[in-house]
Design a protein around this ligand. Structure first.
Ligand code: P5A
Length: 437
């Protein structure tokens, strides 16, 4: 992509309405634009990040054996009357009527809907287990939408639903998602800590939320520092194996949110206890037959007896993650994207646009990198070097490839790693080989 043709409305000043760093940086980097309270448009740079986050989530869901579907945003009220949640959900639910005065709602979550889909065809225990997920917009009329996309009213969620024959099977599905979440967040460069949680309006009696550490997080958390040392990606997970040992490894050491932490009863030695702030980026639930029973989603067992299926649901805040990753990864100059979710891998800076040698070196590097599948943003504008560097740092691409007349005269270009600030002068070929790898 050429910067001269790109829609990237960056801001020099800090927007007054933004209270936290990720909101400020998303607005300044031209990633999002507010439409109304808690509702945002995603501009080209922001949408690229959102899609990349989505893709990591999708790959890990598929690897765990879940199947992608797509359910609508608008649901009929009667479905929610069947489960009893239509009234229970309260003012957070956006209720609407169509032209025939039929009551509809903009889905805050999809437990009812997936159960309705599944019950129409599931007959026997042989049809189980199944996991189905979608990545779809949700609406919750939050009392206080704030912090940009971190607490929106409209937000993008990955929600997965599991169907099993019995508790043992449901626990297995739960564990699969538990492990899959550790992998998903680790791939994004995040350290996520699972902790026992309340199940709230989703219900059920087993639930974990996944919190990533960030000083601006909304939740106060306590955890054994050894939890931070575990590496979720160190071993390839084979989802056919019993995953309980992996789960025990993570839930064994102490971790709790504020409301659950009792200093008098805390089992962790003082020196090992970390007190931090966290952002909830995922939440998983086991709720057994809470929805399958009222909605009549049952299958026959090996002896022909009919029993409601055992269910769980598993959410990841996809749009929230865009903000959460920035909270976890930025510096004074701007965003520092982990490579796995960066909107472009390389920012190619032409220090003297209009200079024949610089233009042709940039065009060549741009073409070669793209031919290797590397996403490049080429700053080909006639702006000052300072302005270009400041913008590159602000938008946080992992690598800057800097081409100027002085270096080129000696056959050299410069590479800067955004995270460390480390700079290196290299030949064009060596720079290309480094970035194309
Ligand atoms: C699990 C999947 C559920 O809704 N039903 C389907 C279950 N869980 S949850 O905890 O309520 O939400 C899952 C994740 O969605 C993100 N999230 C939000 N993101 C941005 N703005 C919001 N207002 C918002 N509300 C929830 C969180 O990351 C949460 O963990």
């Amino acid at each position: 992509m050429r910067r001269s043709q790109y829609f990237l409305p960056t801001l020099k000043e800090n927007p007054a309405e933004a209270q936290i760093v990720s909101h400020r940086l998303m607005l300044r980097a031209g990633m999002i634009r507010q439409s109304s309270a808690g509702i945002y448009s995603w501009l080209p740079l922001g949408l690229r990040v959102l899609k990349r986050i989505e893709q990591v989530v999708r790959e890990e869901q598929n690897a765990a054996g879940a199947m992608e579907v797509l359910m609508p945003t608008i649901q009929p009220a009667e479905l929610w009357r069947e489960s009893g949640r239509y009234e229970d959900y309260g003012a957070e639910m956006l209720r609407i009527r169509d032209r025939h005065e039929r009551e509809m709602l903009y889905g805050p979550t999809n437990e009812e809907q997936i159960t309705e889909i599944f019950r129409a065809s599931a007959r026997s225990y042989r049809d189980l287990p199944r996991m189905m997920y979608h990545i779809q917009w949700k609406f919750r009329d939050e009392v206080r939408p704030r912090f940009g996309v971190m607490r929106g009213r409209e937000f993008l969620m990955k929600d997965n639903y599991s169907f099993d024959v019995d508790y043992a099977g449901a626990k297995r599905s739960y564990n699969k998602m538990f492990v899959s979440y550790l992998r998903t967040f680790a791939r994004m460069g995040l350290k996520a800590i699972p902790m026992a949680a309340d199940s709230g309006p989703i219900g059920g009696d087993m639930s974990h939320e996944f919190q990533i550490l960030a000083s601006t997080g909304e939740s106060r958390i306590y955890c054994d520092k050894r939890l931070l040392e575990f590496d979720a990606l160190s071993s390839e997970v084979d989802y056919d194996e019993d995953l309980q040992p992996v789960v025990d490894r993570w839930t064994g050491p102490y971790a709790a949110t504020d409301d659950k932490h009792d200093p008098a009863k805390c089992p962790v030695a003082k020196g090992d206890l970390i007190e931090a702030r966290g952002i909830e980026v995922g939440h998983i639930f086991y709720f057994g037959t809470k929805y399958s029973k009222p909605l009549n989603c049952a299958v026959s067992g090996p002896n022909g007896e009919l029993a409601p299926v055992e269910m769980g649901s598993y959410g990841i805040g996809v749009s929230r993650l865009a903000g959460a990753i920035i909270e976890a990864s930025h510096d004074d100059a701007g965003i520092v994207w982990p490579e796995a979710v960066a909107p472009f891998k390389v920012g190619l800076v032409n220090l003297r646009a209009g200079d024949g040698a610089c233009d042709s070196a940039c065009a060549e590097l741009y073409g070669q990198l793209r031919a290797k599948g590397v996403e490049v943003l080429l700053d080909d504008r006639q702006e000052s070097a300072g302005a270009k560097f400041a913008e590159m740092d602000l938008i946080g691409l992992p690598w800057q490839l800097i081409v100027g007349p002085r270096g080129l005269a000696q056959g050299k270009v410069e590479i800067k790693e955004r995270r460390t600030g480390a700079r290196e002068e290299l030949s064009r070929e060596a720079a290309f080989a480094r970035l194309a790898g």
